[in-house]
Design a protein around this ligand. Sequence first.
Ligand code: HEM
Length: 184
Amino acid sequence: MLAENLKEQTLANHQQLEKKLVGQIKGLTSKEDYIKLLQLFYGYFGGLEERINLFIDQNIIPDHANRRKTESIAADITELGGTPADKAINNDLPEINNAQQALGALYVIEGSTLGGSIISKMISGRLGLQNGLSFFNSYGDNTHQMWAVFKNILNGQPAESQPVVVDAANSTFLKFENWIEQHN
Ligand code: HEM
């Protein structure tokens, strides 16, 4: 099944990214540091989302309109008194030229909702923040349900598209690591 293959074949990249982010979150000491973290996500996810939206619509993801959007990061940044940064373009981003590659990138974005609640707790615990956490809180109590629906859509994709989706997901993880390195 595609969802399981994605999990297995992107595990190493997820762990690497998670390690980097946990280190960064543990180093947060102020609201300004947190705004910088949100700007990192806004820039990369924002650029990705623009590419993804060229190929994904409600025919492929029926509840696409209800899924988390980069605008929620902009709202958190603004609420905390910051301004959203520039979005990633061109080579900052993985290649997304068709619906399969877009699904691979979306796997990374949607999957990040699962770690999001952990991140949100780490940040509110460290900084004592009560607001500006909507992005990392993602779908709240519905997070696992939304993830189950997304995985079903992945598993409905034709078998021959699997390598393309997996490659795009790995490349989405790696480009995010590059993006973080360049902006820290
Ligand atoms: C501090 C950072 C992070 C932590 C602690 C974390 C933790 C987790 C955990 C615990 C899960 C599994 C949840 C479950 O199966 O119920 C998960 C899944 C996932 N996370 Fe993260 N995560 C982090 C950051 C990220 C980021 C930044 C991304 C993407 C940019 C990401 C992408 C994913 C994906 C795609 C999955 C789904 C794996 C699957 O196919 O089941 N994570 N994460």
